[in-house]
Design a protein around this ligand. Structure first.
Ligand code: PLP
Length: 423
């Protein structure tokens, strides 16, 4: 499809509609941040706007591990759409069964049974329902700064009061503990707790990597108290950190593993949770106790199958490790030169966060980065952290360009530091 002949008129139309009918304050914020344009097409690591400006896309909140419009995923979805897009829900269909088998085989340990839904929050909702039904206990332990989605149940686990407060009372029985503190976690897990819900690396909190041994300690605390361990890999899963699931290097097998985002190959929305056979018992006893009309639809599952095949056959995990290491090394050098702007950089694989010293510097940094054609991701639970979540298909040269753009944007912010702080 050709680009609109008059991009400026098109942009005004879209921004106007957004302002009047979609999200007024977000539209204003985007304009303020210099994002007064409209995205048009994507291919691999490149996103193009209607003016034809290209960005190396490190955004998407972790959905784009495969990059934009991965040909294999697009083809699978197109073929499925032409044949059977939506299931009768009376007969089984192959895409859901096949993808469930692939996940049973690809997830760690004896994780086996999968429930499909349409988003990350829904995956977490289902997982906490399953944990409560299996244990018949009310308690849930989550972590400060953690993010699990914004439906009522998942929101109750959110580690930032700003998002919870307007909707209280949320789920009773939820307790938050500091992330990474094994002793605090162990002290909180008792016989009233159905599950501990953890991200192996916190994403929206700004890429917080827990100390070694934390997941093992969480596993042990759950085992001692008969509680379940739910790992929320909605953001970290499906390759983002360089392994298919971020929990793999720890050797820890959760009772329930949540995923979404890149499971759709950057083409379809899909969420899922996979559990051990013993934990699945409530769903075995009543197959209608937890259902979703669109969950596991043929189109989304066709995308999921192609996404997992692409990871395996195109060596995307190795690419994620290599490009992640290249990018992190470059960013660490920039942070070492300008600690007054970037006090710290953290990352694993292609999940990378830069601490920015102040909000004013963050504003300049973001706008300079956008000008230089790099699209970053903000961190919902910690705005001082700017994240880079590029796809595994990013090339070595594009990775170098991202580092160069970050370096120039940091230098520009550093040059304005005194002025900004005097203001
Ligand atoms: N869990 C984690 C760890 C996430 O990062 C997110 C989204 O960023 C969610 C759950 C919620 O996913 P969704 O926005 O698809 O509901």
């Amino acid at each position: 499809m050709p680009m609109p002949p008059d991009p400026e008129a098109f942009i005004e139309q879209v921004l106007g509609d957004e302002e009047r009918y979609l999200n007024t304050s977000l539209a204003h914020l985007m304009r303020f941040m210099g994002l007064d344009t409209v995205e048009w097409e994507g291919e691999g690591a490149i996103l193009r706007d209607v003016r034809g400006k290209e960005y190396i896309d490190c955004s998407g909140y972790g959905v784009l591990f495969h990059g934009h419009s991965h040909p294999r995923v697009v083809r699978a979805v197109q073929e499925q759409a032409a044949r059977l897009a939506i299931s009768s829900r009376m007969l089984p269909h192959a895409p859901a069964a096949t993808l469930a088998r692939m996940l049973g085989e690809a997830t760690p340990g004896d994780l086996q049974y999968t429930f499909f839904c349409n988003s990350g929050a829904e995956a977490v909702e289902g997982a906490i329902k399953l944990a409560r039904a299996r244990t018949r206990r009310p308690g849930l332990i989550a972590t400060e700064g953690g993010f699990h989605g914004k439906t009522l149940g998942a929101l109750a686990l959110n580690g930032k009061a700003f998002y919870r407060d307007p909707f209280e009372p949320l789920l009773p029985g939820v307790r938050l503990v500091p992330f990474g503190d094994a002793a605090a976690l162990a002290a909180a897990v008792d016989e009233t707790v159905a599950a501990v819900v953890l991200e192996p690396i916190q994403g929206e909190a700004g890429v917080i990597i827990p100390p070694d041994g934390y997941l093992q300690a969480a596993r042990a605390a759950c085992d001692r108290a008969g509680a379940l361990l739910i790992l929320d890999e909605v953001q970290t899963g499906i390759g983002r950190t360089g392994t298919l699931f971020a929990c793999e290097p720890s050797g820890v097998v959760p009772d329930i593993l949540c995923m979404a985002k890149s499971l759709g190959g950057g083409v379809m929305p899909i969420g899922a949770f996979t559990a051990r056979p013993d934990v699945w018992q409530p769903f075995d006893e009543n197959p209608f106790i937890h259902t979703s009309t669109f969950g596991g639809n043929p189109l989304a599952c066709a995308a999921g199958i192609a996404a997992l095949e692409a990871i395996r056959e195109e060596g995307l995990l190795e690419k994620a490790k290599a490009r992640g290491a290249q990018m992190l090394a470059g960013l660490e050098a920039i942070a070492a030169d300008h600690p007054e702007v970037v006090p710290e950089v953290r990352g694993r694989g292609l999940l990378i966060g830069l601490d920015i010293a102040s909000q004013a510097l963050g504003g300049v940094f973001m706008s300079e980065l956008l000008d230089r054609g790099v699209l970053p991701t903000i961190s919902l639970n910690k705005l001082q952290v700017v994240r880079l979540l590029p796809p595994a298909v990013i090339s070595e040269e594009q990775t170098r360009q991202v580092v160069e753009a970050v370096g120039a944007a940091v230098a520009a912010a550093a040059a304005m530091k005194d002025e900004l702080e005097g203001a």
